[in-house]
Design a protein around this ligand. Structure first.
Ligand code: SF4
Length: 307
């Protein structure tokens, strides 16, 4: 009980402090519930970065993993972007380095390089075009190239490849440990138990899970589908933070995890205390070399031109 009171008090202090400092707090869909409670905007990584760029505020507290805070900085280079826990990183983003891209360019000299937004800024700086899970298919269809190296998520590359038959797509072997753990047998069991539910999974899931899904959606797509669909019951194949958000926003509908609920522990590293400290100290700031910022911005902007 005392802990609950303390959490509520801390939330009040954060809201007061962010108003006083004119800051905005952005939180990814997979953040802790109490962190989402103090956020001005909740969304996926690109939605949040665009919000950071569009807001009048010059002080952004970004609650997500490192590459997301970097993307906000890439799109808002003049703003103060603070990432409360720098060690909150995405293991999948760390599976490919800028040196890997330079080596791959020697191996595939004719190819264009597409990177998922889940990459670090120095990797984006070495790639041609960025994409998100929502627009990967469109980017691959529209990019002017016959041969495309796609990093880092193999499952997303394999999913997008289903819709882009006329190009050679070479996937890197990265994966998201959260989505990879969503197993076929447990999803099948959930489906059998809830035959009236719509099975919606993220494209980072394994191909055999995607094969039995009714819909394949990014987190932003899942939020939209939950609002627009006439279905009442959903089996969701993604990180449990999003499922909590859907339950909060649609108390009249039923959202269940497809199989065992899966947690991204890297996303949960940011606590309310960290958010408070970040607001007080206006740090740790996201800083990137000017050259990386400029080239990574080109990679993201080329995506925005294509979609
Ligand atoms: S859910 Fe997967 S892709 Fe997203 S931050 Fe966690 S490890 Fe990375």
């Amino acid at each position: 009980m005392a802990a609950k009171k303390e959490i509520e008090e801390l939330k009040r202090m954060i809201v007061k402090l962010k108003r006083k400092k004119g800051a905005i707090i952005l939180a990814h869909n997979y953040q802790r519930e109490e962190v989402q409670d103090v956020a001005d905007f909740i969304g996926d990584s690109l939605e949040l970065s665009r919000t950071a760029a569009q807001t009048d505020s010059n002080f952004i507290v970004f609650c997500g993993v490192r590459f997301m805070a970097e993307t906000a900085k890439i799109l808002s280079p003049k703003k103060l972007v603070v990432h409360p826990v720098p060690m909150a990183r995405c293991p999948m983003a760390d599976m490919v380095t800028a040196d890997d891209i330079l080596e791959l360019r020697k191996e595939y000299p004719r190819a264009k390089f597409v990177c998922y937004v889940n990459t670090n800024a120095d990797v984006k700086a070495e790639c041609d075009v960025c994409c998100t899970s929502a627009n990967a298919v469109q980017v691959l269809q529209r990019i002017d190239a016959d041969e495309i190296v796609f990093v880092p998520d193999r499952n997303l590359a394999l999913y997008a490849r289903r819709f882009v038959k006329d190009k050679s797509i070479i996937p890197w072997n990265g994966w998201c440990y959260v989505h990879k753990r969503i197993g076929l047998e447990e999803v099948k069991r959930s489906k059998e138990m809830h035959q009236d539910a719509l099975l919606v999974v993220h494209p980072e899931c394994n191909p055999e899970v995607i094969d039995i899904a009714d819909e394949v959606k990014s987190t932003g797509g899942m939020v939209k589908l939950a609002s627009e669909s006439n279905h009442r019951k959903f089996l969701i194949g993604t990180e449990e933070g999003l499922i909590r958000r859907l339950r909060r926003e649609h108390p009249d509908k039923i959202f269940m995890s497809a199989g065992t609920p899966r947690t991204c522990y890297n996303m949960k590293l940011i606590t309310l205390h960290d958010v408070y400290e970040a607001l007080i100290n206006e740090s740790p700031e996201v800083e990137l070399p000017e050259d990386i910022l400029r080239r990574a911005r080109g990679c993201v902007e080329r995506m925005l031109q294509l979609v």
